[in-house]
Each structure stands twice: as C-alpha cells, then as structure tokens.
Design a protein around this ligand. Sequence first.
Ligand code: ADP
Ligand code: MG
Length: 388
Amino acid sequence: MATASEVTAGFRELYGYEPDGVWAAPGRVNLIGEYTDFNEGFVMPLALPHSAVAAVARRTDGFLRLHSADIDAPVAELRVAELTPLSKYGQGGWAAYPAGVVWALRDAGHDVSGGADIHLASTVPTGAGLSSSAALEVVTALALNDAHELGLAARELAVLAQRAENAFVGVPCGVMDQMASACATEGYALHLDCRDLSIRQVPFDLAAQGLRLLVVDSRVKHALGDGAYAERRAGCEAGARQLGVSHLRDVPYVELPSALAKLTDEKVRRYVRHVVSDDHRVEQVIALLDAGDVRAIGPVLTEGHASLRDDLRISCPELDLVVSSANAAGALGARMTGGGFGGSAVVLVESADEDTVTKSVLDAFAAAGHTAPRVFPAVASAGARREA
Ligand code: ADP
Ligand code: MG
C-alpha cells in the first residue's frame, strides 16, 4: 500500500500546504456470486490489502483539483458547480472517477460546493478485475464525507460512488465493488444482499485453517465498455420480464427447472441459469463457512467457473487455463472473478500446496505462450478508513 506519509509528501509538493487528512479504500476480489448484483441477488467479496490512498484538503472557493501519482498527467482543475456527466475529465479520463463522486454528492443535495484538493496513489492493479475504479471512488467519497462533515454512512457513500460510475463516468456497474470497498472488515468476507444492501460479515480466516486464497491476475486487460456486460444485463432483464418477476433474485433455486422450461430463447435461458444458480452457490458457500467446512467451498467455486464459462460465456482462454491448471495441480477449487473477458481468477489451495499450484499455473501459461500471470495471496483486509 502507498503510505500515508508518501501521499502527504506528494500533496505538499503539489499544492504547497498540508492536507486535512489521508484516507484509504481497498480493491476487492469476489469469492462467489458473479453478475448477481444487478439482479438484486447475493455476492460475497473480500477487500484486498491493495488500496487507493488519498491526501485531501477541503477548499472554500468551489474549485476541485485532482491528481494521481500513478498517471502521467498534470493536475486536473475543475469547478464543482460545472461538473457535467459523461464529459471528458482530465488526461486519459481518469479524473472522471473522483469528479463523479463530487458530482454525485452535489446532486444528492450534500454540500460539497467549496471543493477540494486531492492527491492520490493506488496499489490496486487497474483493469485486473480487482476494482481499482471503486477504490478510487470510495476513497474520494469517504475523504469528502469527513472533510466536508457530511455525516454519511459507509453504505450511502458506496451507493453514491456507484452512481458516480454509472451516471457520470458512464460504466453500468452493479453496487458490489463499492460496497466491498466501503464496508469490508479485516478477516471477514462480506455477504451482501444487493436488494436491500444488508450485509453480514462472515469470518474468513483461511490461514488458521491451513488454507490460502490466491489471486491470479491473468494480465489480460478486461474492457467492460465493449458492450458484452450491457448485453448480459439486458438478457437478464429480459429473463426476469418473461418470468414475471422484477429481478432474477426472485426466482428460487428449487424453481429453476420450471423457470427454464418457460424460456424460449436459448441465450436468455443460459443467463438465467447462471444467475439463479450463482445466487444458490453464494448460499452454499455461506452454509459451508458457517459450518466450518471451508475446504468444501472449493468445488462450489469450480462449478461457478463452469457456469460463467459455459452459461454466461464471459471467461477467456487464459482464465480457463488458470482454473484447469490449478485444479489439475491439486487446488481445492478455482474460478474467474469480476466482470470477465480477462482480469483475475481466485484459487483456493492448501497452504502447503501454494508453491506447487502456483508453479503449475505459471508453467501452463508459459507453455501456451501467454504473458506470465501475477499471483498473490488474497488476505481479507479492512474496508475504507481514515489513515491519518
Ligand atoms: P478495474 O476497476 O477492474 O480495475 P476499471 O476499468 O473499472 O477497472 O477502472 C480502471 C480505471 O480506473 C483506469 O483506467 C483509470 O481511469 C482509473 N484508475 C484506477 N486506478 C487509478 C489510479 N491509481 N490513478 C488514476 N486513475 C486510476
Ligand atoms: Mg472497475
């Protein structure tokens, strides 16, 4: 993680005075429950140690100045009153994420009219399916909430951050990423009901069980903007309509066979089967974790991957290779995670098998001529917080 003192020093150098404080918000991996959030179903992410860290000072003159240590671009200087959705902000467009949060706060009637100076740095890999965008949004939301004394709860900040990404940046993401970044707790996975945003912290101390969850970043950059995500969303909405429910969350798993029999479109049928069965897999994983049978979640993860690969069709050869090579080398289970078409996979292993499984995945990638993936352990870490 970029340290609070590094980011403070960067702020001082850039703006010539001391920030009001330093805030951090993590990226996340999703253990189970994919493409279920916008169907008002269940997800189970955990926060990573990788975080966006922002030094922020409140202004009073209506200006918003934004800078990232990770982007080769000058300070973006904007006016809070003039923020407009779907405009190009800053070089490379990155500034739209924090600017969008300011816009979403303003639009919801919270007084951020004074503006702010922001300098940030992040260790969340971008475009790897680990929610670098949500980390950026949530750290901005939390910092402004504190600096402008808005008094909003973590859940409200997450919803505003999602609104920023949807309406201001123009990415139609669900609410999981922002909720994970805002509400996760160290040592726990977050069971989130995406209908009412109720959460339950589920103990997830793998080390105590002699287990490891590995994140394998395939190095294939996902691009959700290419329409595939929107196409899956539209297919799920069509399925819900045809089944006479508001969202696919309302189709009980036991009624899945009869629901599928009512659907004529082959593609819609596949999407519905994925979403309803993945909601069920979240419940299975929760039940196994509650029963202390952590190893048994492995096969559920692998079934989830098959569903994403065959029914939702959002995997790619590299992610399939992570799963097959890891499982062949003795992993307990594995699945792609996040939006798909690249990004990362999670692999559950016995701690003693970590090196063997990692080596098998690296060897399989080398043999297939793919860029070497990046492998690191996912340790359930803290959600957004004030650092200094
Ligand atoms: P993901 O959230 O899976 O990492 P996205 O495409 O949703 O991928 O978000 C990545 C975008 O977020 C980047 O292209 C960039 O605009 C912005 N971003 C992420 N991290 C940073 C950072 N440290 N500095 C500036 N912009 C960032
Ligand atoms: Mg993102």
